[in-house]
Design a protein around this ligand. Sequence first.
Ligand SMILES: Cc1cc2nc3c(=O)[nH]c(=O)nc-3n(C[C@H](O)[C@H](O)[C@H](O)COP(=O)(O)OP(=O)(O)OC[C@H]3O[C@@H](n4cnc5c(N)ncnc54)[C@H](O)[C@@H]3O)c2cc1C
Length: 393
Amino acid sequence: MVTDPQITVLGGGIAGLAMSIAASRRGFSVELIEQAAEPGDVGAGIQISPNGAAVLAGFGLQDQMLKRSVTGQGVQLREFSAGHPVTRLNFSKYNHRYGFHFFHRADLVALLAGEAHRSGVNLRYGERITGVTSDKNGIVLTSHRGDFRPRTLVAADGIHSIMRPLIDPAARAPEFARQVAWRAVIPNTLGNAGIAELHMGPGRHLVHYPLRDGHYRNIVAVEERAIWMADGWDHPEDPEMLRQAFRDFGGSVPNLLKSIHHVNIWGLHKYPVPDRWHRENAVLIGDAAHPTLPFLAQGANMGLEDAWTLAALLSAHELSVAFQKFSEERQSRCRAIVDAATKNGGYYHIKDPVLRFFAHSGLKTLGRMAPDMAMKRFGWVYSHDVTRRYPML
Ligand SMILES: Cc1cc2nc3c(=O)[nH]c(=O)nc-3n(C[C@H](O)[C@H](O)[C@H](O)COP(=O)(O)OP(=O)(O)OC[C@H]3O[C@@H](n4cnc5c(N)ncnc54)[C@H](O)[C@@H]3O)c2cc1C
């Protein structure tokens, strides 16, 4: 076991908060540094699959998870022009004790922040790390309280991690994935069934599902684009631009788009998973270690798995061994998920109408003949249970 019981977590997103809970449950004294003034998150939905839900249940949050999310029952695939059904992927076919959950991100962050607080984590909101260096004695962080040396640093500081370049100077720069995503939350008029609707069109797709007892509906719309012009990675956009981009989509889509008054657009970027995740007394987790395209809805789920795994390894091994085992175990799984998510994006966007017709007909037939096959394809993602691999004794 790591003999020094103090851990500093940088970043209070889903991975950092989960890490702070997991580490405090294993007997560490934890401080968490987050630049935001208080827990919060962009107004958007997030899907937690059984592999992530296992970690929430492991924290004793199963009841809260059920209370604060809509239980997912499946995904209905539709063709774009009239919204006709193509096939349905039933989550129930994929029998798993923890299930699928549609959360408002702010609710999931609040749930984790509340639990971190109850677990005795020292939550340092409103503190931004502005510099990182290292010397033979380890990592030095700089914030408004000056320079300080964390004993063990877990960097969960997201896709633009300040720690990643220090830990892996060879990490390659992100590449625009030639796709943009709009995200919006609107009042829901389509009922509370836990079905995610996925409309597949040429070069575009749109997903929507209910949130917060069905009072709201989360919308994610993705379009292929040759270039990303904006300075930043995401910014607010005129909803009219989204309506224009999806003007030939039928079914429920036009009415959904009509109700959007605020929308943000993201330039989606591909990041090769870096080879080095740790250095001296610091390690990367969550998006800081393995940013992913959103087409398998696994970014936050991987962050939850990371947190549970790292805390367990730190409680069983000395620091360098724990970091090494963590990287070896997690890199292969996270690389496989990131690759699968990248490939998944293209399946929905077939441009050639003839190819699309045959692809959709194939999906319909498959849905009739072997309804659970598509879900089983990703069984290796969803059935992974880190709480069984590393039980809390
Ligand atoms: C369109 C879209 C849809 C998605 N849908 C899903 C989904 O359905 N399911 C899913 O599992 N994933 C989904 N994801 C991915 C998921 O949102 C991310 O993988 C996940 O939120 C990453 O969590 P994190 O804690 O690693 O990083 P972040 O959420 O980015 O948290 C990092 C935290 O660190 C803080 N921070 C950063 N730098 C500093 C600093 N210098 N000092 C102090 N604090 C700092 C930030 O303020 C932030 O709070 C989606 C992503 C996109 C773009």
